[in-house]
Ligand binder design. Structure first.
Ligand SMILES: Nc1nc2c(ncn2[C@@H]2O[C@H](COP(=O)(O)OP(=O)(O)OP(=O)(O)O)[C@@H](O)[C@H]2O)c(=O)[nH]1
Length: 319
C-alpha cells in the first residue's frame, strides 16, 4: 500500500482536491480523513462524490495526540483492505513533518510513503502566514509538491509572486499555480508515482503554536435562508469571534443545504442528497453561546396553532 499525504491549512481545498484526484485517476485509492472538530462533514461529502473507501477520525489531530492510534489504524487498513493507495488528509493544523515522521515508523516493503503534497490557499495565504506562521511554514517546507488552490482568477504576476513566497521556504519543491482542474490527468497520476526520499531527516516537533478552538453542533435548525446568510456575513465580520473556518449542513423548508466558509468567503449549496444537521466552527475566542442561539432558536419557540392569539406566522416563547 502506498500512502500519499495531502496536507494544507484549514479550508485550503484538500477535500476538493482529493475529490478531483479520486475522480480522475484510474488508480485504486482509499481515503483516510482526519477532521479538526468532531463533526465529520468532509467524510460525508467524500462519500457522496466518490466511490472509494473512506475512514474518518474526528478526535484529535493525527500528527499529535492520537499518534499511536493513527499508525495502528493505517496498519490495519494495509493488512485488511490493502488499497493500492491510501490518501491521507490530515487536519488543516497538522505539522506535516510530524505526520511524515510518524508514518515513517510503520514503513516497510509493503507500506511505502509517497512524496507529500500541500495545498495552499492562494487567496488566504497572507492571513494564515500571519496567524499560524509555524504550521504554514512546516506544511510548505516538508512538501514535495505545493499546489495552489483558488487560482482561477489570478494574473500571471500574482502567480509568480506566490511561487516566490513558496520557493523562499522550500527551494526544492515543485510549485503548481495553474489550477489543477485545467491540468491533464497525467499530472494527477504523476503525483501517485513519486516516492518520498527516505534519506531526508525529518525532525519531530513536540511543542506547537497554539491551536485554534473548534466548536461543533448537532441537530441544528435555522428559521430562514435569509437569516442564515446574515449569520454568515456577521461571522465573517467577527461578530461571533475570530471564526475562520465553518462548515455544515441542514435541512430547511424541504431543501438540503450545505455551507462552507473559509476565511472571508463562503458558499451555500442546495442539494437533494440526504444530509445530517450539523456544523463545525473553528477559530479563536468563538462566541459559542451566541452561535448556539442562532441554530437552536426554534427549539425555544412553539407554534401554538388555532388558539394562537398572534398571526399564524408568529411564534411564542416556550419558557
Ligand atoms: N474557487 C475555488 N474554491 C475552492 C477551491 N478549492 C476549494 N475551494 C472551496 O474552498 C472551501 C474549502 O474547501 P475544502 O476542500 O473543504 O477545504 P479543506 O482543506 O478540505 O478544508 P478542511 O478539511 O476543513 O481544512 C470550499 O468552499 C471549496 O468549495 C478552488 O481551487 N477554487
Amino acid at each position: 500500500m502506498k500512502i500519499l499525504i495531502v496536507s494544507g491549512f484549514l479550508g485550503a481545498g484538500k477535500t476538493t482536491f482529493i475529490k478531483e484526484l479520486a475522480k480522475r485517476t484510474k488508480k485504486e485509492i482509499a481515503i483516510f480523513e482526519n477532521e479538526y472538530g468532531t463533526s465529520g462533514v468532509d467524510g460525508d461529502i467524500l462519500k457522496e462524490s466518490t466511490n472509494v473507501n473512506i475512514w474518518e477520525l474526528t478526535e484529535g489531530c493525527i500528527c499529535c495526540s492520537v499518534k499511536g492510534d493513527f499508525a495502528a489504524s493505517v496498519l490495519t487498513i494495509a493488512n485488511t483492505v490493502n488499497p493500492d493507495y491510501l490518501v491521507i488528509e490530515p487536519t488543516g493544523v497538522a505539522m506535516l513533518s510530524n505526520l511524515i515522521a510518524n508514518l515513517s515508523q510503520i514503513e516497510y516493503e509493503h507500506i511505502r510513503l509517497m512524496a507529500p503534497i500541500s495545498i495552499v490557499d492562494a487567496l488566504s495565504i497572507e492571513r494564515y502566514k500571519d496567524e499560524f506562521p509555524e504550521i504554514y511554514k512546516n506544511q510548505i517546507e516538508y512538501a514535495d509538491t505545493v499546489i495552489f488552490s483558488k487560482t482561477e482568477n489570478l494574473s500571471s504576476e500574482e502567480k509568480d509572486k506566490l511561487k516566490l513566497e513558496v520557493s523562499e521556504i522550500n527551494p526544492n519543491c515543485k510549485i503548481i499555480t495553474e489550477h489543477y482542474s485545467t491540468l491533464p490527468d497525467s499530472f494527477l497520476d504523476s503525483l501517485l508515482l513519486k516516492y518520498l526520499d527516505g534519506a531526508i531527516e525529518i525532525p519531530v516537533k513536540e511543542d506547537y503554536e497554539e491551536m485554534p478552538d473548534s466548536f461543533s453542533l448537532n441537530d441544528i435548525s435555522i428559521r430562514s435562508i435569509e437569516r442564515f446568510i446574515i449569520f454568515l456575513e456577521n461571522l465573517i465580520r467577527g461578530k461571533y469571534g475570530n471564526v475562520f473556518r465553518a462548515k455544515g449542513s441542514f435541512a430547511i423548508k424541504g431543501l438540503n443545504l450545505r455551507f462552507d466558509l473559509a476565511d472571508s468567503r463562503y458558499q451555500i449549496e442546495v442539494g437533494t442528497d440526504e444530509i445530517s444537521n450539523k456544523a463545525v466552527f473553528i477559530g479563536n475566542d468563538i462566541k459559542k453561546q451566541k452561535i448556539r442561539e442562532v441554530f437552536f432558536e426554534n427549539s425555544r419557540f412553539i407554534k401554538i396553532g388555532q388558539v394562537n392569539p398572534f398571526p399564524p406566522d408568529k411564534y411564542i416563547v416556550f419558557w
